[in-house]
Ligand binder design. Structure first.
Ligand SMILES: Nc1ncnc2c1ncn2[C@@H]1O[C@H](COP(=O)(O)OP(=O)(O)OP(=O)(O)O)[C@@H](O)[C@H]1O
Length: 279
C-alpha cells in the first residue's frame, strides 16, 4: 500500500533519475585528482609519479606516444589496475583506490573503449533501454510511470547523439561512427559525471569526426570528459586543455598551441606524428 502511495506522488524524484554521482563533492576542488601515481609491470614503470587533475565539466584531451601510459591511466581511474603507490580521488570524498570497478562505475565514471560494443540485433532504442536497465537500482521498481520517464530519457539521449531517426533500426545496420555515438549514448543513460573516451574517432570518416567533435564538446560542461586520441587534427578541433603523457608522467600541459610548440613534445611525439603524415 505504501509503495502504491509513493508511486502516486507525482512530484517524487525517483532515485534512478537523480544523477548517479550526486554525492561527488567538487565544491572545493577538481572532479578527478591523481597524485604521484606509480605502477610497474615486471619492474617497468608504465606510470611514473603521475599527477593530474581534471576540473568539473572540463573537456581534457590526453595525447602521447604509444606506450606513454594513457590506457594504464584510464585502467587505474576505473579500478581495473591498482597502482603501487599514489592517490586517486573522485571529488574530495571518494578515494578510488579503496573501491572496486563496479563501485567506481556506480559513482558515475563511464568508460568508452575504442571498439564499439553495441548489441547489433537490438534496435538503437533497445540498446539505450538496456543500458538503463543495467542500473540495478531501477529493476525492482519498474512501473508504467517510470517506463515513461525512461522513454523521455532515451528521447533526450537520442537527440544528443543524433540518432533519433534511426531509433527503430537494428544497431547492426549503423555505420562505425553511429555505433560509437550509440555507445556514448548508452553511457549517458546512466548520467555519468566523468566520461573516459578512448580513441573515439579511429576509423571514422571526416564527417563522422566532425559530428563526434560536436557531440563531445556538447557534453562538456554537463559532465567532465577525458578523451585519449592520436588524431591531432581531431584533438585540435575539440581541445581546450591538452595533457601530454610520456613515459608514464606528464610531459606538458596547456592549450594545443602551447603544447604543440613545446620542443620536448615535438621531439617525443608530434615530430614523429608529422613524419608519419608526410610518409
Ligand atoms: N598488463 C601489462 N603488463 C605488462 N606491461 C604492460 C601492461 N599494460 C601496459 N603495459 C606496458 O605499459 C606501457 C604503457 O602502456 P599503455 O597501454 O598504458 O600505453 P598507451 O599510452 O595507452 O599506448 P597506446 O597509445 O599504444 O595505446 C607499455 O610499455 C605497455 O607495454
Amino acid at each position: 500500500m505504501s509503495i502504491l502511495r509513493s508511486l502516486a506522488q507525482r512530484d517524487r524524484v525517483f532515485d534512478f533519475l537523480v544523477p548517479a554521482a550526486s554525492p561527488v563533492d567538487v565544491r572545493h576542488g577538481p572532479i578527478l585528482y591523481l597524485e604521484d601515481v606509480t605502477v610497474s609491470f615486471d619492474g617497468f614503470k608504465a606510470i611514473n609519479d603521475l599527477s593530474l587533475t581534471i576540473d568539473d565539466g572540463e573537456l581534457r584531451c590526453i595525447i602521447g606516444p604509444n606506450g606513454a601510459g594513457k590506457t594504464t591511466m584510464m585502467d587505474i581511474i576505473t579500478g581495473k589496475t591498482r597502482p603501487d603507490s599514489g592517490q586517486v580521488w573522485f571529488g574530495s570524498r571518494h578515494d578510488l583506490l579503496t573501491m572496486n570497478e563496479p563501485e567506481i562505475a556506480s559513482l558515475g565514471i563511464g568508460r568508452k573503449f575504442q571498439k564499439p560494443t553495441v548489441f547489433e540485433a537490438l534496435t538503437v532504442f533497445e540498446n539505450l533501454e538496456l543500458a538503463m536497465a543495467a542500473d540495478k537500482r531501477i529493476l525492482p521498481t519498474l512501473t508504467a510511470r517510470m517506463n515513461g520517464e525512461i522513454r523521455d530519457r532515451i528521447d533526450e539521449v537520442l537527440e544528443v547523439i543524433g540518432l533519433k531517426a534511426l531509433r527503430g533500426r537494428p544497431a547492426g545496420i549503423l555505420s562505425h561512427g553511429q555505433k560509437q555515438w550509440l555507445e556514448i549514448g548508452m553511457l549517458l543513460m546512466q548520467r555519468p559525471r566523468l566520461l573516459l573516451v578512448d580513441e573515439p574517432v579511429a576509423g571514422m570518416t571526416e564527417q563522422e569526426m566532425e559530428r563526434t567533435a560536436e557531440l563531445l564538446t556538447g557534453l562538456a560542461g554537463k559532465q567532465s570528459v577525458v578523451v585519449v586520441e592520436h588524431d591531432m587534427g581531431f584533438v585540435r578541433s575539440i581541445a581546450r586543455k591538452v595533457t601530454v603523457l610520456h613515459q608514464g608522467s606528464v610531459l606538458a600541459e596547456g592549450s594545443m598551441d602551447q603544447v604543440s610548440s613545446d620542443p620536448r613534445v615535438v621531439e617525443v611525439y608530434l615530430g614523429a606524428e608529422a613524419e608519419e603524415e608526410t610518409v
